[in-house]
Design a binder for this molecule. Structure first.
Ligand code: NZQ
Ligand code: ZN
Length: 387
């Protein structure tokens, strides 16, 4: 392991078919005022809302609700939640939903008592949080982002047309997260595959950078293989419990810092997708699917050995006798085939982007990269290849 590291993750996970039974025990650790945060209507349709309300009232909680959190949660919704926290003197924020609901809840948690403009301080200047943090707990209903066990909070400022992500330290992570894979059965197929690809992308962002013999890379390869196999099984049978539970756990460990330990990381595919999201409001995983193949083709010559290893260890390609470049491309082509298998888009047009957006997306993307450092011109080239 090349770099020194500390490893600590404070989120307590309850996983499995009876995971929700642990909610009342957790609620006992907090005061009586709860802000229940959720999305549009999926938890009401599935009956989860009624169960949660029953548990909250059984625990004697006073509940304030913030509903309608949209995919790609907006800064305006975050500010509304922060106001509710202050007005009602909230003791616990309970997020019930996918990454958008959990990200927004973490954003509310750090913003409610922030002096000054939270957007500028926390999502632009990336300042440390020096104010009171309201505890967050979560009940996850969609697998993909890993938000249930990390400090990430990705917020879209619709006035500024910027989607910015931020990783907060351990005291902002959910205190507990309840993961019952059966809750994901009702996720529409497009969102399911979007979540699968989001996880795949998190793993690739951490894998394709740094070239040492790092234990973390072997862990990532194993998680990728489990994810690919389980996604194929879940596409055949949406209620295959083993497949859905594997996908859920792959998503959680795919971004709970375990798969990034002692590694240089890339994250440029995410930086580009965030701005595509700001312009098109696409599903996050779908945006990542569009960017990934052109991006990896653009940078693979700068990290050839790792792309060959990806072809061999993740996709099982026999590269004996192949030139390194051909072997690397064979791995990337397998990734493209997987995107097709999932039924995700491969072009920006399919996400509703128009040609005039490309320079604006390129200019507003935070430049960076792993094997190859990109500038706005490189990003524009990649966007043209995605179009
Ligand atoms: O709003 P409702 O009605 O609940 O419907 C949601 C939403 O339309 C639906 N859904 C969720 N669970 C469901 C369900 N429908 C039926 N049954 C269920 N059980 O799915 C749709 C998408 O939900 P959303 O929470 O937006 O999806 P996801 O979990 O992919 O979250 C995406 C957001 O997370 C950010 C993304 O950028 C995006 O804003 N990310 C957060 C990260 C983090 N915290 O570390 C990292 C990621 O890279 C990502 O950037
Ligand atoms: Zn992601």
């Amino acid at each position: 392991m090349k770099f020194d590291f500390q490893y600590y993750n404070p989120t307590k996970i309850y996983f499995g078919k009876s995971a929700l039974d642990n909610l009342s025990g957790e609620l006992a650790n907090y005061g009586e005022k709860v802000l229940l945060v959720y999305g549009k209507n999926s938890i009401k349709k599935s009956g989860l809302y009624d169960k949660i309300i029953g548990i909250l009232s059984g625990a004697g909680k006073k509940v304030t609700e913030l509903s309608g959190i949209k995919s790609n949660p907006s800064y305006a919704q975050l500010l509304k939640g922060a106001e509710l926290v202050r007005e009602n003197n909230i003791d616990l924020i309970l997020a019930v939903g996918g990454g958008s609901v959990i990200d927004c809840s973490k954003g509310i948690s750090v913003s409610a008592y922030c002096e000054g403009d939270p957007w500028q301080r926390y999502w632009v200047n990336f300042e440390d949080v020096d104010n009171k943090i309201v505890p967050v707990g979560s009940v996850l209903t969609m697998a993909g982002t890993g938000s249930e066990m990390n400090g990430g909070s990705v917020i879209t400022n619709e006035d500024k047309m910027i989607k910015n992500g931020r990783v907060f330290p351990a005291d902002v992570y959910p205190k507990f997260s309840i993961l019952d894979p059966e809750y994901t059965y009702t996720v529409p197929e497009y969102q399911m595959v979007s979540g699968v690809f989001d996880t795949m992308s998190h793993l690739m962002e951490q894998y394709f950078s740094g070239d040492d013999d790092n234990t973390t890379d072997y862990i990532i390869e194993g998680v990728m293989r489990s994810l690919i196999n389980s996604a194929r099984a879940a596409l055949k049978d949406r209620e295959d419990y083993e497949a859905r539970s594997n996908i859920m756990w792959c998503a959680t460990i795919g971004l709970n810092t375990l798969t990034g330990v002692s590694k240089e990381q890339d994250w440029e595919v995410h930086m580009i997708e965030h701005q595509i999201g700001a312009y098109t409001d696409c599903a996050h995983g779908a945006g990542l699917a569009v960017v990934s193949t052109p991006y990896y083709k653009y940078i693979c010559r700068d990290g050839l050995d790792k792309f060959v290893r990806f072809a061999e260890n993740v996709w099982g390609i026999d590269t004996a006798g192949m030139a390194k470049e051909d072997a690397a491309l064979a791995g990337i082509n397998s990734l493209t085939e997987f995107i097709k298998e999932l039924g995700l888009p491969l072009t920006l047009r399919e996400l509703g982007a128009t040609e005039d957006m490309l320079p604006k997306i390129a200019e507003s993307t935070i430049p960076g990269g792993g094997y190859k450092k990109l500038n706005a011109e490189d990003i524009l080239e990649i966007l043209k290849a995605c179009y």
